[in-house]
Design a protein around this ligand. Structure first.
Ligand SMILES: [Zn+2]
Length: 450
């Protein structure tokens, strides 16, 4: 039977690095190389670590709790030794290895057993082609989540990872702009365990697992080994025979004390945990009778579902679902913004939906108002937007449009039905989108029959 286990690495959202006060940023898009550095994160001789960043510690406890882990009372930091250009100290500080007690262990998340969740520092970024090293990343807090080999195929892995990522994004625990990396352990019946290191996207994880299962079924692995994923070819390549824990010469860290996690601290974090996307989804379907597909869109982002929950109680549910999942999200997408980047007040949105429902404004005009809220919302003014639903007034405008657009009228009469849409558009333009759509269509059709 195929068995797959994961070691997932993600950057903890934190302003500061783990053992110094330097800014924690990941990637070149933020700062020039080697600008957020100090003797501690550059591993200079004699530089000592500060106590681990409390905010990062709290985040890891929060994640471990969401994963159903038991939180340990004492954390022991260890040194994991290896020589590599990105590691100036010659060791990495981690809460993993044979002597360490992880932050959380023995959890379960959506049917998959969690072995442990722990914290460690990131090494620097090394470019093997140029030899350049950027220490901005060095010392940033990383979480590692280790699962039991409970997965049977790549589909299961991807579906689970998607849920995990959306949950971690939900509680703003990991830096979503950087994403996750995973080491994947795979073994097939009768074969040894193979580890594929550092795969950096869901797509690549899926490809690597599918390739590796096929490969192992053909040539059953006799010894443990570590492989890497070659993205351009979609295959895995042998790196080395698998290193053992003793190869890293783990020792407990003499410069850091044992960290005590008080019960009250865990209880406080527990009491402040938000609902997971999974729980929210169930609630939306049950409490508000929302279709699963819409509920899935709503629960993808925490801010969106929070916003929705604020307006659903005070508006027509059907209208609210459509206006949040379609109109609001498309305006945000168009402007390449997230809901938290713009200041749209729920009360303004509620007002807008009420005006649509009461027929004070047309949906087209409401869309214009929504589009004007690119930076922030304001109370929707209906005077200049108020809907015209009186037949007489619309009839007058239709007459004028028919008079002014002889070509389109002829086209329609000779069978080009799409000309009607053009004429409706003209009525909308002339009425400043205030004419009721259905009434306009009816009147135009009637008039064109003659
Ligand atoms: Zn530093």
């Amino acid at each position: 039977m195929t068995k797959i286990g994961l070691e997932i690495h993600g950057y903890i959202v934190s302003n500061e690095k783990l053992f110094c006060k330097c800014k924690s940023e990941h990637g070149l898009k933020y700062s020039k190389p080697n600008t957020n550095i100090c003797p501690t994160c550059c591993g200079m001789p004699g530089a000592k670590p500060l106590l681990p960043n409390k905010k990062a510690m709290n985040k890891v406890i929060q994640i471990a709790l969401i994963l159903g882990c038991k939180i340990n009372k004492k954390l022991v930091w260890a040194r994991k030794h290896y020589d590599w250009p990105d590691l100036p100290k010659g060791y990495q500080n981690t809460i993993s290895g044979p002597y360490a007690i992880p932050v959380g262990e023995k959890g379960k998340f959506l049917g998959i057993k969690i072995t442990e969740a722990h914290l460690e520092e990131d090494p620097a970024a090394w470019n093997p082609k140029t030899g350049e090293i950027d220490y901005n990343r060095s010392g940033s807090p990383l979480i590692e989540i280790v699962t039991e080999p409970d997965f049977k195929n790549s589909e299961e892995v991807i579906a689970w990872l998607k849920q995990l990522i959306s949950t971690l994004n939900y509680i703003k625990a990991i830096d979503k702009n950087v994403g996750i990396k995973a080491d994947v352990n795979i073994s097939v019946s009768g074969g040894k365990r193979i580890e594929i290191k550092n795969i950096n996207s869901l797509k690549n994880i899926k490809t690597a697992i599918a390739y590796e299962i096929q490969r192992q079924q053909k040539e059953l692995p006799k010894i443990q080994e570590t492989r890497m994923f070659e993205e351009t070819k979609g295959i895995t390549i042998k790196m080395r025979t698998k290193e053992e824990a003793q190869d890293y010469r783990f020792i407990s860290e003499p410069d850091l004390p044992v960290i005590k996690i008080e019960k009250s601290r865990v209880e406080k974090i527990k009491s402040e945990l938000p609902e997971t996307p999974h729980e929210k989804l169930k609630k939306l379907i049950k409490k508000y009778k929302i279709k699963k597909s819409s509920a899935e869109v709503l629960t993808k982002k925490f801010e969106v579902v929070e916003f929705f929950e604020k307006i659903i109680e005070k508006t027509n549910p059907k209208l609210a679902v459509r206006w949040v999942t379609e109109e609001l999200l498309s305006v945000l997408n168009y402007n390449k913004k997230e809901l938290e980047d713009v200041e749209i007040k729920p009360e303004h949105f509620i007002e807008l939906l009420k005006k649509i429902e009461k027929g004070f404004i047309t949906e087209l005009n409401a869309k214009d108002i929504l589009r004007s809220w690119k930076e922030k919302s304001s109370s929707p003014k209906i005077k200049e937007h108020s809907q015209i639903s009186g037949t007489k007034e619309i009839e007058k405008i239709c007459k004028q449009i028919i008079k002014e657009n002889k070509k389109a009228v002829e086209d329609y009469k000779s069978g080009k039905k799409e000309s009607l849409n053009f004429l409706i558009g003209q009525v909308m333009r002339l009425s400043n989108k205030r004419a009721d759509f259905e009434t306009t269509r009816k009147i135009l059709k009637e008039k064109l029959k003659k």
